[in-house]
Design a protein around this ligand. Structure first.
Ligand code: NAD
Length: 495
């Protein structure tokens, strides 16, 4: 059977109502309440999830605390923990297509991208951190001879991981991999609109041998479950990806409770800077189009601001518009689709209103701007290009999180740097040039966590990913991510 035929057999598979996972048991919410899960592909109700309450969340936190205190996980030999995490990755791999399709029906990402970025990336991430378990050492300090200074690295305790809708498995694994590898317990709170594949992956962790209570999952509303986690006196670390507004609430809750550490990954307004001396402007245009329009712009590092040197502005925008027009928007379960659905109706309405505001503020709607395929009942939008955008316009300052590209012309390198750094965000960016020195100058001057050079997107688990300024703090991926989940302890020993 072809891959497409396999996907087609899974696209209508019934999905049983999903429960919470607390202390190794699948259970209903204590209130018995459930939430409908709406498919962004056609607006239908896919299934229900348990609507977790404050009490459910507290039960999950207590289970995680017990699992941490009795050392059922952190006390296991590192090689045994590694084996369980590797087995977990294997089980996910065995269900890769099912998980990808389940995730797409829930969140709308095009399947071609989802296969790689969701189970594919989660598997690689879990393997990476599993392998790190028996390879990360403590340190011995260079002390005088009559003392011994040992630096231990210890798991911290209970971690709350709060996850958005756009890449639940990929981002989930970025948090779960290092948190669990470090020996902590976790309470995971998926997005209201993308929890199904994460719930299945958590069940697979149990199947792989992760002891009960080490990984708990509570679905439900952010203002209920998320608030209970962030205000808990018994959660030690919150790791979060999502909006700046929620990030602020997490910091406030931390200050108002036990001053838990908060590591935030909050959106961006990333500048993709194209110089006239770029080697191949046609290729740059095609990659730049994919860099904003894949997953219909619901990518935190999306190159949502295009800065183009004035001498090539008109030609480059025309080329990019051509590439955008040729992108196939539509059925996310078709392998040829290049831009899937918008995750939810509210986000779609927000995207469309950004287009209106952009024009009202002086931008020109160059291409797109409309909802499409409305008869499917799904949430689809054309790749949209707004030109004549000034640095102060909303569409240049605020994260749309949709397929909307803001284009601004620049005069020279200094002007490009000034514009690139002219937002409150600092997540990612891109530079297209054939001048090696200029490329490195731009990498230095762009105030962001990631800069792509002559490409856009693609960094793997070996490198850190995180922002500066209001894009947050704390990096996902790479061995550096382990630092969020390990405390340093000094032993100072008189010999
Ligand atoms: P959000 O911040 O509202 O939700 C993200 C997660 O936080 C979800 O699991 C949600 O339930 C939870 N949450 C919500 N309110 C909470 C609270 N008070 N306390 C604790 N947790 C809470 O973001 P969203 O609704 O998923 O998307 C809204 C906007 O966020 C988007 O338009 C986009 O701008 C941005 N976003 C960014 C990323 C990214 O990767 N940077 C991802 C998704 C969304």
């Amino acid at each position: 059977m072809t891959e497409q035929a396999q996907i087609d057999t899974l696209r209508t598979k019934a999905i049983a109502p999903r429960k919470l996972l607390i202390d190794g048991q699948l259970c209903d919410s204590e209130t018995g309440q459930t939430d409908n899960v709406i498919s962004p592909l056609d607006g239908s109700v896919l299934t229900t999830t348990a609507a977790g309450s404050k009490g459910d969340t507290e039960r999950a936190i207590a289970a995680a605390r017990r699992a941490f205190d009795d050392k059922r996980w952190r006390g296991m030999p590192p090689a045994a923990r590694k084996k369980i995490m590797l087995r977990w990755a294997e089980l996910i791999e065995a269900e890769m297509l099912d998980l990808a399709v389940l995730g797409v029906r829930n969140n709308g990402t095009e399947i071609g991208m989802a296969l790689k970025a969701e189970p594919g990336s989660a598997i690689a991430t879990l393997r990476f951190y599993a392998e790190a378990i028996d390879k990360v050492y403590g340190e011995i300090a260079p002390t005088p001879g009559d003392v011994l200074g040992l630096i231990h690295r210890e798991p911290i305790g209970v971690v709350a991981a709060i996850i958005p809708w756009n890449f639940p498995l990929m981002i989930g694994a970025w948090k779960l991999g290092p948190a669990l590898a470090a020996g902590n317990s976790v309470v995971l709170k998926p997005s209201e609109t993308a929890s199904l594949s994460l719930l299945r992956v958590a069940e697979l962790a149990l199947e792989a041998g992760l002891p009960a209570g080490v990984l708990n999952v509570v679905t439900g509303e952010g203002r209920v479950v998320g608030e209970a986690l962030s205000h808990s006196m018994d959660v030690d670390v919150v790791v979060f990806t999502g909006s700046g507004a929620t990030g602020r609430r997490l910091l406030q809750a931390s200050a108002a409770s036990n001053m838990k550490r908060c590591y935030l990954e909050l959106g961006g307004k990333s500048a993709n800077v194209v110089f006239a001396d770029a080697k191949n402007l046609t290729e740059a245009a095609a990659v730049s189009a994919a860099g904003i329009f894949r997953n219909s712009g619901q990518v935190c590092v999306a190159g949502s601001r295009l800065l183009v040197e004035r001498s090539v502005h008109d030609d480059f925008v025309a080329e990019l518009a051509k590439a955008a027009k040729s992108m196939r928007v539509g059925d996310p379960l078709d392998l040829t689709t290049q831009a899937g659905a918008i995750n939810n109706a509210t986000q779609l309405a927000q995207n469309l209103s950004f287009v209106e505001t952009a024009q009202a503020e002086g931008g020109t709607l160059y291409q797109g701007g409309q909802r499409v395929l409305e008869d499917t009942g799904g949430y689809f939008m054309e790749p949209t290009i707004i030109t004549d955008v000034a640095a102060h316009h909303s569409v240049a300052q605020k994260e749309v999180f949709g397929p909307v590209l803001a284009v601004t012309a620049f005069e020279d390198e200094d002007d490009a740097i000034r514009l690139a750094n002219s937002t409150d965000y600092g997540l990612a960016g891109g530079v297209w040039t054939s001048d090696l020195s200029r490329a490195h100058r731009m990498v230095r001057e762009m105030h962001t966590g990631v800069v792509h050079v002559n490409t856009y997107g693609g960094p793997d688990v070996t490198v850190p990913m995180g922002g500066v300024k209001q894009s947050g703090n704390g990096h996902d991926k790479s061995l550096h991510a382990l630092d969020k989940f390990l405390d340093l302890k000094t032993a100072w020993v008189k010999l």
